[in-house]
Every structure is written in structure tokens, then in C-alpha cells.
Design a protein around this ligand. Structure first.
Ligand code: FA5
Length: 350
């Protein structure tokens, strides 16, 4: 009897050694271990045996069954490994150190200028926040003191989704969220809120050399105890001199925005025409770059910050216009043109 099992074991091993693919292996498994397989048949046949013989034989057949199952599992792993090696060998070899035949890409001028601004503000302790492009009417307008039907809405028509949401017309849409995010720390520890949030903005308006329907702004906010206009002017001047690496002529004039009081327009002398007047600055010699002001008490209150205890400033820098001034780009529409001929000129800046 023992010899028969020994013989069967050798037969299984020999057949296993000849198996070259998973389907053959499965056939072999069924032939020996399946319901009607050889090994299963041996176990079934034990019913006819005498008690003492059945015990010893049963133990041996079970041993054979376990060994066969293990050998099949090992063969299966070996076949998988072989298959993997074949697939790897048939793949094209990529030399990651070989010089590329493709032209080197470059950062978009707006990305370059955004990164420069972020670095300057980070060095002054500001966090850089990200915000959605699709927002609610509340985020874009109501939370920043522009109620429904307020005439200030006329200055910023945008694109509306069927569900009532809109493409944000100003980065000020994130002000409320920032106040709610950092307000608790301000109250608990007195740590001032210092955040910038760059983002794409959309306006449904006619385009010209200095207006696009899709452009970038970078909002900034600082809120804490005794924050004043002097702080605002300091941060604006530092940012401009770092970005331009030279003195820039700026002017501050009163401006109205429902979310600041008092509000200002910060203009820079047009660097395209040197202040003489050109289409890029609507022939005024000055370019509106960064409206700003002290945050209106209603906005602070809506964001959960007590305006009797804290004050703050906010600004909305026109990043796209900053890129135009920095790189001498005469027409804002070139920036969204996708023309690599124009845009790749700034590749070496980073
Ligand atoms: C605003 O959007 C205010 N949210 C800015 C603000 C923030 C004021 C915080 C006070 C406190 P305004 O609509 O002026 O303001 O836009 C701000 C800047 O974005 C402009 O000075 C300009 O540089 C840029 N900008 C506005 N419209 C366009 C446009 N169509 N194309 C290109 N740049 C634009």
C-alpha cells in the first residue's frame, strides 16, 4: 500500500515538473485533488477497509494530499514569477539618465510671480491658503458685506452654474473661511491671523489690453490687536520692492469696497510706458494693482471675530497685472493665449 502511495507521489512530482502554464497546473490539481481526483478517490475508498488499516492509511493519504497541495501552491508561485520576468523582459528599457529629445517646459509668468509673492509673504510669517474656484453667493458676496441686490454687485458680474453656485469673481470669497479657520487661535492665544490666498478669478466682462475674463488675484489678510493702515502699507511696499527688486512709484487713493472701511486703491506707475500712458494702463500712466483697506466690522463679525477687540487689513493684489508689469507684457490676453513662443521667454527666471 505504502509503495502505491510512494509511486503516486513520484508521479505527481514528475507531472508537476513538466507543467509550464497555470491552466495545465489547474488541470493537474483537479486530476489529483478535485472531487473526482485520484487522491480524493483513495480517501473515499477507505470506507471498505478494516478499522486498524483505515487509520494508518488515512494518515498517509492525508499526508500525500497536504504535500501535493503545497507542491501545487509552490509551482503556482513559480509560474507567476516566471510570467512577471517575461513581462519585464519584454518592456522597453528606459534610460532615465539619457538627455530628453523633448523641449524643456517652463513655468507660466503668473506662476513665477505668484511663487515670488508667496516666498516674500511666507518670510513675513503669512500662511499660504488654497481655495475653491466654484463658490456660493454667500462666500463671494454676502459674507463680505455685499448683500443681495447691493449696487456693488454690478462691478463684478461672473459666470453662474445651474445649481446657483458661481465662479468666484474675487479672492475675497475666501475671507470668511480664513477668519473662521484662524479666528479661534486668535481668541485663544492672541496669534494674529496672517494669510494670503492666491487664486483664479472670473468676470463676465469685455476684454482689452488690461482686462481678461479669467485672471489671478492674491488676497491677503492680517487680523489681530491694533493692526492699522501702517501695517498694511509696510507689507505692500515690502512685497513690491522684493518682487521688482527696485523702487517702484506707488500711489494710494481712496477707493470703495463694501468689505473695507476705509478703502484704498494702490496703483503703481506703469512700467510698460514709464508713466507716459499706453493701452496697458488705459493711457493714465498708472495701473490699478492692489485695492486694500481696513476690514469692515461686519466682515469680521460674520467670520466670528469680535470687531470691538480686533482690527485687520485686507488687500486684493492683481497677480496677472503684476506679472504684466514684472515681465513687460503689454497685452494681458497674451497670458491666456497658450502661445509657447511668448510664454517660454520667462523660462530662465526659476
Ligand atoms: C477686488 O476684487 C477686491 N476684492 C479687492 C480687495 C480685496 C479690496 C480686499 C479691498 C480688500 P477689484 O475688482 O478692483 O477689487 O480687483 C482687484 C484687482 O484685480 C484689480 O486691481 C486688478 O489688478 C485685478 N483685476 C480686476 N479685474 C480684472 C480683470 N478683468 N482682468 C485682470 N485683472 C483684473
Amino acid at each position: 500500500m505504502e509503495n502505491n502511495l510512494q509511486h503516486l507521489q513520484e508521479e505527481i512530482e514528475a507531472r508537476l515538473a513538466a507543467v509550464t502554464d497555470p491552466s495545465e497546473l489547474e488541470e493537474l490539481r483537479v486530476a489529483y485533488l478535485g472531487k473526482k481526483g485520484h487522491v480524493t478517490a483513495l480517501l473515499k475508498g477507505m470506507k471498505e477497509m478494516a478499522e486498524a488499516q483505515r487509520k494508518a492509511f488515512g494518515a498517509e493519504v492525508n499526508q500525500l494530499k497536504a504535500t501535493t497541495a503545497q507542491l501545487i501552491e509552490e509551482k503556482s508561485a513559480a509560474l507567476r514569477q516566471l510570467q512577471l520576468q517575461k513581462e519585464l523582459a519584454s518592456m522597453p528599457v528606459i534610460d532615465v539618465t539619457a538627455p530628453s529629445s523633448l523641449e524643456k517646459g517652463s513655468y507660466h509668468p503668473i506662476t513665477l510671480v505668484q511663487r515670488q509673492c508667496e516666498a516674500v509673504f511666507r518670510s513675513m510669517g503669512f500662511t499660504v491658503e488654497d481655495y475653491s474656484e466654484v463658490v456660493t453667493d454667500y462666500e463671494c458676496f454676502e459674507s463680505v458685506n455685499i448683500p443681495k441686490h447691493h449696487p456693488a454687485r454690478d462691478m463684478q458680474d461672473t459666470y453662474y452654474l445651474e445649481n446657483g453656485q458661481l465662479l468666484k469673481s474675487q479672492t475675497s470669497a475666501a475671507q470668511n473661511a480664513i477668519l473662521r479657520k484662524y479666528g479661534p487661535a486668535l481668541k485663544a492665544t492672541g496669534t494674529p491671523i496672517k494669510a494670503i490666498f492666491p487664486g483664479r478669478c472670473f468676470r463676465n466682462e469685455a476684454t482689452d489690453a488690461c482686462h481678461e475674463n479669467t485672471f489671478f488675484q492674491m488676497e491677503g489678510m492680517m487680523v489681530g490687536k491694533d493692526i492699522s493702515i501702517s501695517n498694511l502699507i509696510y507689507f505692500m511696499k515690502t512685497m513690491l520692492s522684493e518682487v521688482f527688486q527696485r523702487d517702484i512709484k506707488v500711489r494710494l487713493r481712496p477707493g470703495f469696497f463694501p468689505f473695507v472701511e476705509p478703502g484704498f486703491e494702490l496703483d503703481i506707475s506703469c512700467l510698460i510706458c514709464g508713466g507716459e500712458g499706453c493701452p496697458s494702463c488705459k493711457h493714465s500712466g498708472w495701473l490699478e494693482l492692489c485695492p486694500c483697506g481696513m476690514i469692515h466690522p461686519n466682515v469680521l463679525r460674520e467670520g466670528g471675530v469680535d470687531p470691538d477687540e480686533y482690527t485687520g487689513f485686507a488687500f486684493g493684489l492683481g497677480l496677472t497685472r503684476l506679472a504684466m508689469m514684472k515681465y513687460g507684457i503689454k497685452d494681458i490676453r497674451d497670458l491666456n493665449s497658450g502661445s509657447l513662443k511668448s510664454l517660454s521667454q520667462f523660462a530662465d527666471d526659476e
